[in-house]
Write a protein that binds this ligand. Structure first.
Ligand code: NDP
Ligand code: 2IT
Length: 449
């Protein structure tokens, strides 16, 4: 197995996050490969790490001063064994091919776990929406779509949101797609409610991560009521994770953004969360303002020289990393455990570094890896696609109960797959194995394509 990891590293040495994601999956599926020689004979590992197609393109646009700006656009069409490519678009200055390949790779297995017919993809740009006017964001999105439209479609590739891409961006992208194609179809998910979007899609990733946590807790006869929770991020996933935690009687004491984090010892309530939603989604301000507004909160700025993140160093029971990749290193993982945390549910993609994951597994805490715990978002995207095909809209309760059932099923699938391979209680192994088997069996059925 080291072989394929070495091949990937040699071929694209600079794609560190991709190496990390491939290593993590390949290590846990080793027993499956050993018991099923057909997978190695059919060169399944080699085929999985090579995207079916990578699209890279220039995105020129004019800023409000009339200056020409040029960004880079990407779409990674990773694997279509189970359905059309499906996965979000990320707009963030850190975006590069390696980051999007890691996200697309993770998406393939995540989507397989959802029980819905979706392949895996991811895309985005190194464009930074922060500090841009609505008109600048619109012109950028239009330019981005004026190339992407020829590669996507409701039965081919269906993008959605991720970091830096929310309702506003999906609206501008959809408008341009519709104009260029002269077709009103479900080509993107996360659409506005009154033009084809699904109820519960904005909430789905955060709610799903909490439902997954509740399932994990139930295996130890515990619930979220009264639990103190650390949440990172303050965007889409963090906001709705917090909302569901409050509703279930938990106490959320932290939120963050890329400048720092707030610790509110009295916990967030519905009114404070509403303040955060307006601050982040409407005013597009910084989380530090929360501590100016509420006296019970303290803001701590990011210290780029620090060897750990102080957000993870508070007394708590549960942690919900919901910002970005590699936000929990080994020291943070140890701090979490020393502070009493016994459950981690990953709302973000790959937020825990490999040696941090090892600590969680050694300590036998309830560790829900992103590809299982945050699959609620893409699941409701799948339900949005279904509703678009039927030209019908389901009620809030209908979508929420389907989401709950999907998260319950993913949890059960992870538990069963881990047990089958002698790794009881290891959700990481369970998620990787179950996702892998579903995708690669479909690949084998479909021949060498
Ligand atoms: P948003 O853009 O809504 O929010 C992202 C949040 O994370 C912001 O608070 C942002 O702070 C912070 N953040 C982003 N990059 C960094 C960084 N490099 N360092 C520190 N903080 C950072 O994105 P989402 O909430 O949608 O996404 C959060 C995570 O969840 C990502 O890992 C994403 O891949 C994952 N995810 C999202 C899904 C979805 O449906 N949206 C589905 C499944 C997973 P700032 O405002 O300063 O940039
Ligand atoms: O990482 C993810 O699963 C997402 N950003 C959501 C993808 C989607 O197609 O809804």
């Amino acid at each position: 197995m080291t072989d394929i990891i070495e091949v990937v590293k040699d071929r694209d040495p600079q794609e560190r996050e991709f190496h990390q994601a491939v290593t993590e999956v390949m290590e846990s599926i080793k027993p499956v490969l050993d018991q099923n020689p057909i997978y190695r004979q059919a060169k399944i590992p080699e085929r999985l790490v090579e995207p079916e197609r990578v699209i890279m393109f220039r995105v020129p646009w004019a800023d409000d001063q009339g200056n020409v700006q040029v960004n880079r656009g990407f779409r990674i069409e990773m694997n279509s064994a189970l359905g059309p490519y499906k996965g979000g678009l990320r707009f963030h200055p850190s975006v590069n091919l390696g980051i999007l390949k890691f996200l697309a790779f993770e998406q393939v297995f995540k989507n397989a776990l959802t029980t819905l017919p979706m392949g895996g993809g991811k895309g985005g740009s190194d464009f930074d929406p922060k500090g841009k006017s609505d008109n600048e964001v619109m012109r950028f999105c239009q330019s981005f779509m004026s190339e992407l439209f020829r590669h996507i479609g409701p039965d081919t590739d269906v993008p959605a949101g991720d970091i830096g891409v929310g309702a506003r961006e999906i609206g501008y992208l959809f408008g341009m797609y519709k104009k260029l194609r002269n077709e009103f179809t479900g080509v993107l998910t996360g659409k506005g409610l009154n033009w084809g979007g699904s109820l519960i899609r904005p909430e789905a990733t955060g709610y799903g991560s909490v439902y997954f946590a509740a399932e994990m807790l139930a295996t130890r006869n515990e619930s979220l009521e009264g639990k103190t929770c650390l949440v990172s991020g303050s965007g889409n996933v963090a906001q709705f994770t917090t909302e569901k935690l409050i509703e279930l009687g938990a106490k959320v004491v932290t939120l963050s953004d890329s400048s720092g984090y707030i610790y509110d010892e009295s916990g967030l309530d519905a009114q404070k969360l509403e303040y955060v939603k307006v601050l982040k989604n409407v005013r597009r301000g910084r989380i530090s303002e929360y501590a100016d507004k509420f006296a019970s909160a303290v803001h701590t700025e990011v210290d780029p020289a620090a060897d750990c993140n102080p957000l993870w160093n508070h007394k708590a029971d549960c942690a919900f990393p919901s910002a970005t990749q590699n936000e929990i290193n080994a020291k943070d993982a140890q701090n979490l455990i020393d502070n009493g945390v016994f459950l981690v549910s990953e709302g973000a993609n790959m937020p825990t570094m490999p040696d941090g994951i090892d600590i969680f597994k050694d300590q036998k805490i309830l560790y829900g890896p992103g590809k299982a715990a945050n699959a609620g978002g893409v699941s409701v995207s799948g339900l949005e696609m279904t509703q678009n095909s039927m030209r019908l809209s389901w009620t809030r309760d209908e979508v929420d109960s389907r989401l709950k059932l999907i998260m319950k099923t993913i949890h059960r699938t992870c538990v069963d797959a881990a047990e089958q391979y002698g790794q009881s209680g290891n959700y990481e192994a369970g998620a990787n194995i179950a996702g892998f088997v579903k995708v690669v069996d479909a690949m084998l059925d479909q021949g060498l394509v």
